[in-house]
Design a protein around this ligand. Sequence first.
Ligand code: FE
Length: 204
Amino acid sequence: MSMNYDPKALFKIGYGLYVVTCNDSKKDNGLIVNTVIQVTSTPVRVAVTINKENYSHGVIRKTGMMNVNCLTEEAPFKVFEAFGFQSGRDVDKFADCVPLRSENGLAVLPRYINAMMSLKVEQYVDLGTHGMFICSVTEASVLSDAPSMTYAYYHSKVKPKPQTEKKKGYVCKICGYIHEGDELPEDFVCPICKHGAADFEEIK
Ligand code: FE
């Protein structure tokens, strides 16, 4: 690695936040991603990258379809808790939410989104830990004029401020969970959001 390698440079890349919905033929499922990007315009192709450990990865691999729900700045933290901090393997993420339906039959969030699009998988790129789905768009709607939720907005305005005063330990940069103690094991996994030790910082 070059001496001129500052990993913080990568944090300057801007992202949005999305709920990607799919269905395993038994129930609706959804997860939070920041990895939706339009990659070409003629024809339109949208790429969505998903960690292979997420239940949705296998479901989309099998079914070849998903919906992208574009979150707005109005989305409260509970949306991130519901779709981001638990697994569709264990829970029904739509237990407390009656979804709308797109033409492909998949769930569309009834609130907190400004647009939706239905995607059909055209290509799959194996990225090791993640899979990238390159998709055509079969349906697309604008639902409101509310501004889109960015990753930066989530970190500054939505995520609860952790109460780190007088505490000694490490705080999760993703969800604010505090691990009290002198050391954070390398293989530590946040009990709330399941992110690893790399996403923790020492309380100073
Ligand atoms: Fe966390």
